[in-house]
Write a protein that binds this ligand. Structure first.
Ligand SMILES: *Cc1c(COP(=O)(O)O)cnc(C)c1O
Length: 349
């Protein structure tokens, strides 16, 4: 079984709706901060004080609970290395992944020497609480939860997360909140991380804040839980441009709110179009929508790409036959996608 990360095309032009990126770009305030970087800023190892303070303030947690990472992917690798340290070759430690899932969980747990235990989502992509609890065993070292879930856009309840964290004290329970900016739900708002110290929350500033190319994410947990992770994430994992971008991004709340509004509008446009076209879709708490194309989904994906419109092929994901995932970004981009989809489905050349 190979758990390689699926490397997808990243065309420089065209309408990229396949990677859940911010289709408007970062805030102009971020652009200005990057332009203010000096030659010495490039030459000196970065100082993270301002970036960490801004991030902690944005997330509403003390600074000693924040570990900045080179994108959340970097945090996922660090979590995997920490969890799988000392994994015996003959009876490896286990990582529970709820599938379909974000590729990096299985990929990183695998390269770190762990064994991947896949638990499928339930009927209608419901959260498989009982199956996850049954999969927990003495060798479980990490459990990957994504809230809201990628690629389905569905949310899980706080009670479900807490049940799992209580049932697996020997494991790190990662709650990947990559899309929490869109759902508005987070475990960081109360004392959960004090009560359940085996939980680590993952955040990325790639999606809502449009910093995917700069690489900026964070792991958030009780300081004692973060300590072993701080030994793994490299001291200068985050580059100076990302460090300068974070305070600027968090400072421009008007831009952030504007973008969230665009995403909400785009989702409504997508739902309405799918209803018109008789396409099954799942309402989403994120900035993307999963939809099922009956018939030849691959042909639709290719025909859209031929028109310069890129959507994510999810047809091979477990339980996702015929499914595509579309980023909901700026409303104008979404309208362009809908026009292209209608052309493709109506057989126009
Ligand atoms: C995009 C995404 C990430 C990775 O974010 P980066 O900060 O770009 O590395 C992590 N988890 C999920 C679920 C994602 O969709």
């Amino acid at each position: 079984m190979s758990y390689d990360y699926e490397r997808v095309v990243t065309p420089a032009s065209g309408l990229r709706l396949h990677l859940n990126e911010n289709t408007a770009g970062c805030s102009p305030a971020v652009h200005a901060a990057l332009q203010r970087l000096t030659r010495l800023d490039a030459a000196f190892y970065p100082d993270y004080t301002a970036a960490i303070a801004a991030c902690a303030a944005r997330l509403g947690v003390p600074v000693d609970r924040v570990l900045l990472t080179n994108g959340l992917d970097d945090g996922i690798l660090a979590l995997s290395v920490a969890a799988m340290r000392g994994s015996p070759a003959d009876a490896p430690f286990e990582a529970i992944v709820i599938v379909p899932a974000f590729d990096m969980y299985a990929s990183c747990a695998d390269v770190a020497g762990g064994r991947v235990i896949e638990v499928p989502l339930g009927e209608g992509f419901s959260f498989p609480l009982d199956a996850v609890l049954e999969a927990v065993g003495p060798r479980t070292r990490i459990i990957w939860l994504t809230n809201p879930h990628n690629p389905t856009g569905q949310v899980m309840s706080r009670a479900e997360i807490e049940r799992i964290a209580e049932a697996a004290p020997q494991a790190t329970v990662v709650v990947d909140e990559a899309y929490a900016d869109f759902s508005g739900e987070t475990l960081l708002a109360d004392d959960t991380l004090d009560r359940l110290r085996n939980i680590v929350v993952g955040r990325t500033f790639a999606k809502a804040y449009g910093l995917a190319a700069l690489r900026a994410g964070a792991l958030v947990a009780h300081p004692a839980t973060l300590a072993p992770l701080r030994r793994i994430v490299l001291p200068y994992a985050v580059n100076a441009a990302a460090a300068a971008a974070l305070p600027a991004a968090f400072g421009d709340t008007a831009y952030f709110e504007w973008y969230l509004d665009q995403v909400r509008e785009s989702k409504e446009l997508l739902y309405a179009a799918f209803e018109r076209l008789g396409i099954r879709y799942w309402t989403s708490a994120t900035n993307f929508v999963l939809a099922r194309i009956d018939g030849d989904a691959r042909r639709v994906i290719d025909a859209l790409a031929a028109r310069g419109v890129y959507v994510r092929d999810k047809t091979r994901d477990p339980g996702c036959a015929g499914c595509i995932r579309i980023t909901a970004g700026v409303a104008g981009d979404t309208r362009a996608f809908i026009t292209a989809l209608e052309e493709v489905l109506c057989g126009a050349v």
